[in-house]
Each structure stands twice: as structure tokens, then as C-alpha cells.
Design a protein around this ligand. Structure first.
Ligand code: HEC
Length: 447
């Protein structure tokens, strides 16, 4: 028996088509006698089709799960359409009705549109018929639009609930939890009512305690599982929901204001193209480009100079190991482009202690290689202002534990290479005590 109910959404188009056709015929040729028989037949077919649609619809409704209120109106509007179709068919030939015929047909089309709109809402969710309609029609229908974002660029302007969570809640939960149909006493269509919860009180709170979260994550054979029909929440949707709840179920919080666990970062990237990976110092900082003239001068002095990326004016500078040139004569020239030097590679270049004062002025430097040079503790203090330095290589130099008291002022340092230097395990430990996240590499002397 249930089976014939499934035909309702298909069969329903037949009376709609027939009755609209009758109305059009009436509108254009209603005054012509020879058309009357045809219009009457169309009304008759429309009537019988409407009866079949009503029967299928009634059976379908008994399967349950529809909005009580919308169902009530839709059901009786549909039956009303069938009754009016019957009356129009039977009375069509009567002369005295001729004057009102066009009016009756137009009223019928209005009734059909309304009934169909309710039906669309019930099967596809509120707003289905007007969602993509022109603005004016949407306004007439009192429809305020749904967020339709698919890609975002700025985590500052994306709100976790309204832009990320609400769209799928609207799609999958609002059909039964809205102002007309408030199953379980829960209305999620407005923020304030959602916050108030259902007949058993609050449904939000941290994911582990939230009834809303429990209902979508419980075993889906359970009678309590939500949604009871239709598509369940996807894995990503459940993760986003949990993330929102764990962030205080705040309706206005933006993505930028929340923490982003790795998995959420990946979901935000995948679903919305939203990049929430923390930006590095070099990504956040803007510097002016260096002129070609200065680049050429540095090259003539013996440096290889490259921009870090097309749209990033930081420089990757390395000594080209030119026999005829002296690195210590060339280094002071780097001060002219001090803000731009991000990476500096002076391995095996013959750098002497006296050059460290110039190197210490390259304030934005992130990576510095001074390995295999005759460097001692003497001027190491010149480097202690390099607050963005993340990696420092002093492999095979003469520095000792005495240098540590200066090096530990480099608070941004993450990696320090000291293999084949004079620094001991005690020095390494002193460094690690000062900068807990640091990785100090002593090479084979370790352990
Ligand atoms: C087809 C209708 C329907 C849909 C769709 C639906 N629910 Fe429900 N919901 C119900 C009914 C019926 C109840 C009351 C019975 C019950 O508590 O299980 C209910 C109750 C609830 C409750 C308990 C409220 C309380 O305080 O007792 C929560 C929470 C809930 N639903 C969450 C959801 C979520 C989340 C979704 C979307 C993923 C959803 N529902 C979609 C029909 C629906």
C-alpha cells in the first residue's frame, strides 16, 4: 500500500498540467464556442488526475514525518483543488457561469501554485520553491534567503555558526524543527530559540554534553537518531558541529577567533577553500622590493641573490665561493637591504668575527648558516637581536658554552646546529632550559 504513495510527487504534475492548460485555453479562446468542449474535457481529465494524486498523497502522508501544520494545509488545499476542478467541469456548459469562467480558472491556478509550493517545502525543505527565484518573488513570498557561500577567503569574516554550520542544519534539521513544526519542542530556525533548546531544555553546550550532538552521532538504528529521515550529517559536518559546540556554541564567533585543530584546518580547506594554517613571519610581513641595480651590485660583490617567491620580496642570499673576492669585505653591503634578507648562507665562506656586527643588523633574518667558519665567542653577542631567527647553523665553528648566554636571547630559535663546535652537553641543556621548543643538535658528541 505504501508503494502507491511514492507516486504522488510524479502523478501530481498531471492535474497541474491539465488544469493550467484549461486555464490558458479559457484565457485565449474562452469566448469561442467551438473550444468549449475541449476546455471541458481538459477539466475532466484534470479532475480525475487530481483525485488520483490526492489518493497517492494521502497514502504518502500516512508514512509520517511531515510537518503537521503544512501537511494539514497541503492536504486540504489539494482536495480543495480537486473539488473545484469537479465543479468547474460539471458547470462548464451552463451558460450563466460563462462570465465568471476566466476568473474561476485564474483562482484555480493560484490554488494550484500555493498547494504545489507547500508540497515542495515538505519534500525538499522550507524555501525550496523560492530559493532560486528572482528577488521580487522571494520578497513576495516572505523569504529572506539562505547563505549560499561555497568558498571563503578571509577567516576574519566567516562566522562558524551562520556561515558553516547553519547551512547544513537548515538543510537537514530545520524541516522538523522550525516555527511551524517544532518537533520535540525544538526550533533551530532562530538563534534565540535554538539556544533555548527543546522540551527537555538546552541542547547545546560542549559536544560531549550536547543533546544536539548526541542525536546525530548515536547509532543510526536508534529511534532517537536525527534526522529520523533524509540524509544524515556527513563526517565533516559532524566535525564542524562539534567544533562549533566546543567553541562555546557562540552564534557570532568567527573562524579567526577560534582555535583550529589540524583536522578542522583540513576540513575548512577542503570544503570552503579557507586557509587557517598559522602564517609564518615571512608570510605575514611585507617588505619593499629591492632595485635591480642593488641586486646587481650584490652579485658583483660575490653573492647569489634570489627573491623567495614571485610576490614576496624577501631575499635568499648565499655566498658564491668566489676565490678572488673576500666575504668580509662584501658583508657590510648587505646592511643596505637589511629588511629583505630572510635566508643567509655563508657556509665555508671565511667569515670572521668582525663581520658578525653587520650580520646582526639583518633584523628579519629567519635562517642563518655560519658553519665551517673561524667564528669564536668574541662577537657572538652581535647576533642576539635577530628576534625572528628560526634556524642557526654554527656547525664546525669555535664557539663554546660561553656563547650560550648570548644565543639564548634568540627567543624565536627552533633549530641550532652545534656539531663539531666547542659547546658541550651542559651548554645544550642550558639552551634547552631557556627555549623549551628548541632542537639543539650536537651531532656525535651527544649522549
Ligand atoms: C523528519 C523530522 C525530523 C528531522 C528532519 C529532524 N528531527 Fe529532530 N526530532 C524529531 C522528532 C519527531 C523529535 C521528538 C522525538 C524525539 O525526541 O526523538 C525530535 C527531537 C529532537 C531533539 C530533542 C529535543 C528535546 O529537547 O527533546 C533534538 C536535539 C533533535 N531532534 C535534533 C535534530 C537534529 C540535530 C536534526 C538534524 C540533523 C534533526 N533533529 C532533524 C524530528 C526530526
Amino acid at each position: 500500500m505504501d508503494w502507491i504513495g511514492r507516486f504522488h510527487p510524479v502523478i501530481v504534475h498531471l492535474p497541474i498540467g491539465m488544469l493550467i492548460l484549461a486555464a490558458l485555453l479559457q484565457l485565449f479562446w474562452g469566448k469561442r464556442a467551438e473550444w468549449q468542449k475541449f476546455i471541458k474535457t481538459t477539466l475532466m481529465i484534470g479532475f480525475f488526475a487530481a483525485i488520483i494524486a490526492c489518493i497517492c498523497g494521502w497514502v504518502l502522508a500516512n508514512e509520517g514525518g511531515y510537518h503537521d501544520r503544512s501537511l494539514f494545509i497541503h492536504r486540504w488545499a489539494g482536495i480543495g483543488v480537486a473539488i473545484v476542478a469537479f465543479l468547474m467541469w460539471r458547470w462548464h456548459t451552463k451558460k450563466e457561469t460563462a462570465r465568471y469562467r476566466t476568473l474561476a480558472h485564474l483562482a484555480m491556478v493560484g490554488g494550484l501554485a500555493y498547494t504545489g509550493h507547500l508540497g515542495g517545502n515538505m519534500t525538499h525543505g522550507i524555501g525550496y520553491t523560492v530559493e532560486d527565484a528572482p528577488g521580487l518573488l522571494q520578497k513576495m513570498a516572505g523569504y529572506d534567503g539562505r547563505p549560499t557561500h561555497t568558498a571563503y577567503s578571509d577567516p576574519d569574516s566567516v562566522r562558524i555558526y551562520h556561515d558553516l554550520v547553519k547551512p547544513f542544519v537548515d538543510k537537514k534539521c530545520t524541516t522538523c524543527h522550525n516555527q511551524y513544526l517544532t518537533k520535540g519542542g525544538l526550533d533551530v530556525s532562530s538563534d534565540s530559540l535554538f539556544r533555548e533548546g527543546g522540551r527537555n531544555g538546552d541542547v547545546l553546550g560542549p559536544a560531549a554534553e550536547s543533546e544536539f550532538y548526541r542525536r546525530v552521532t548515536m547509532d543510526d538504528y536508534s529511534r532517537k537518531f536525527m534526522p529520523p529521515k533524509g540524509d544524515p550529517l556527513s563526517y565533516q559536518e559532524i566535525k564542524l558541529l562539534g567544533w562549533w559546540l566546543d567553541n562555546g556554541s557562540d552564534f557570532d564567533k568567527t573562524v579567526a577567533e577560534a582555535e583550529h585543530p589540524k583536522e578542522i584546518q583540513a576540513i575548512l580547506m577542503d570544503r570552503y577553500g579557507l586557509d587557517t594554517k598559522p602564517k609564518t613571519f615571512l608570510e605575514k610581513t611585507k617588505v619593499d622590493p629591492v632595485s635591480q641595480e642593488i641586486m646587481d651590485r650584490l652579485t658583483a660583490l660575490g653573492f647569489g641573490v634570489n627573491q623567495l617567491a614571485q610576490d614576496n620580496y624577501f631575499l635568499d642570499v648565499r655566498w658564491r665561493d668566489v676565490d678572488t673576492l673576500n666575504v668580509n669585505d662584501a658583508i657590510p653591503a648587505l646592511e643596505e637591504v637589511a629588511p629583505n634578507v630572510a635566508w643567509l648562507d655563508l657556509s665555508k665562506a671565511g667569515v670572521q668575527d668582525g663581520s658578525l656586527s653587520s650580520i646582526g643588523k639583518l633584523k628579519n633574518m629567519v635562517r642563518l648558516k655560519l658553519d665551517n667558519n673561524e667564528i669564536t665567542d668574541q662577537n657572538i653577542a652581535d647576533l642576539n637581536g635577530l628576534q625572528h631567527l628560526e634556524s642557526l647553523n654554527l656547525y664546525n665553528t669555535q664557539v663554546t658554552d660561553a656563547a650560550i648566554s648570548e644565543l639564548k636571547k634568540l627567543s624565536g630559535l627552533k633549530r641550532l646546529y652545534l656539531w663539531l663546535s666547542q659547546v658541550t652537553v651542559a651548554g645544550k641543556e642550558e639552551m634547552e632550559a631557556a627555549i623549551p621548543e628548541i632542537d639543539v643538535n650536537l651531532g656525535i658528541t651527544e649522549g
